[in-house]
Design a protein around this ligand. Structure first.
Ligand SMILES: *Cc1c(COP(=O)(O)O)cnc(C)c1O
Length: 330
């Protein structure tokens, strides 16, 4: 792993594995399929936010913060990984979660509690609308909060996915494997922006294709515009001399279903297929939807059988337990 001029607080077990999905590839009869296992980053059940948090926590410590503060849905994987990162770094953690406190915490929310985070319930405002307000509250107690935006998706956090792309390119080069399309769930954009920058910086010639899993973020900017400007800000922050344009941005918004975290047939089939043919767990809100989209694209003949598609697993399986009603076969 290359040394970094950016601060980096080690949280992840890297590199994460790359493996073929042979049974699923055969079943679907399309392109060769690979998977990159960022569900295995290793921090309190793992996921993509761990890579962002390595850079965010380093920045928080450099600024003398004593508290990490972030926001998300009640079943946010980002919030669970932030709570774990805070614990590892000796920081306090305050989470602003959408919705109301449930009778019995489950999935990621249960883990937030076990990891020692303080939870503030924000009703319908699950994307950090109340972050500044809670930051003031924490500061009024004489503490020094470090604000992590929704999904950890700013230039600091997205740097983690520039490094992730470099990691993947080194893994592929070591075995002489070519990849034509990289497909993954895209939501707050840090993962995609980082991969776009990493693709440009490493000379990756394939497609970086985000499957958008929900609309509404950011509020007043088209998602593509957000991705291009976040990617450029990330490159600038890292001192990489690359120019990002709309041509670097591939996003598919055909699979958003009935909204964030609403499990339908697409997600159910994808989760069961991956589990039953590969023994790998996807999640209800992100990877189940994105892989469901990929299955549909393959069935429609989008990719040639000569191509290789890499599905980047971004984690989220701890949320499965909060969706028993939607996912149980009973
Ligand atoms: C947050 C998350 C994503 C989306 O990543 P962004 O950087 O927010 O676009 C995808 N999958 C899982 C499991 C996540 O928790």
């Amino acid at each position: 792993m290359q040394t970094d001029h950016l601060g980096r607080f080690p949280l992840a077990q890297l590199p994460t594995p790359v493996a073929p999905l042979e049974a699923l590839g055969k079943l679907l009869g399309g392109p060769r399929l690979l998977i990159k296992r960022d569900d295995q980053t290793g921090l309190a059940l793992g996921g993509n936010k761990t890579r962002k948090l390595e850079f965010l926590v380093a920045d928080a410590l450099a600024q003398g913060a004593d508290t990490l503060l972030t926001a998300g849905a009640a079943q946010s994987n980002h919030c669970r990984q932030t709570a774990a990162a805070a614990a590892r770094a000796g920081l306090k953690c305050e989470l602003v979660l959408g919705g109301q406190p449930p009778d019995q915490p489950n999935g990621n929310l249960l883990l937030d509690e076990i990891l020692g985070a303080t939870i503030h319930w924000a009703g319908p405002e699950r994307r950090g609308e109340r972050l500044a307000e809670v930051a003031d509250l924490v500061a009024a107690q004489g503490r020094r909060p470090y604000l992590i935006p929704y999904g950890g998706s700013n230039a600091v956090g997205a740097a983690g996915y520039v490094r992730a792309m470099e990691e993947l390119m080194a893994q592929l080069a070591a075995v002489g494997q070519r990849v034509d399309h990289i497909v993954f769930a895209s939501s707050s954009g840090g993962t995609q922006a980082g991969l776009m920058v990493g693709a440009k910086a490493t000379g990756f010639e394939g497609q970086v294709l985000g499957i958008r899993i929900d609309k509404g973020y950011p509020l007043n900017t088209p998602y593509e515009t957000h991705l291009v400007s976040l990617a450029q800000a990330t490159a600038d922050y890292m001192g990489l001399k690359v120019t990002i344009t709309a041509a670097d941005c591939s996003i598919n918004a055909d699979y958003m279903g009935a909204g964030y975290g609403v499990v339908g047939d697409l997600e159910r089939e994808a989760i069961r297929m991956m589990a039953r043919h590969e023994g790998i767990l996807l999640d209800p809100a992100y990877t189940g939807r994105a892989f469901g989209g990929l299955i549909d694209l393959i069935r429609r003949g989008t990719f040639s059988p000569a191509e290789t598609v890499l599905f980047w697993h971004t984690g989220g399986a701890p949320a499965l337990f909060a969706y028993a009603g939607e996912l149980s076969a009973r």
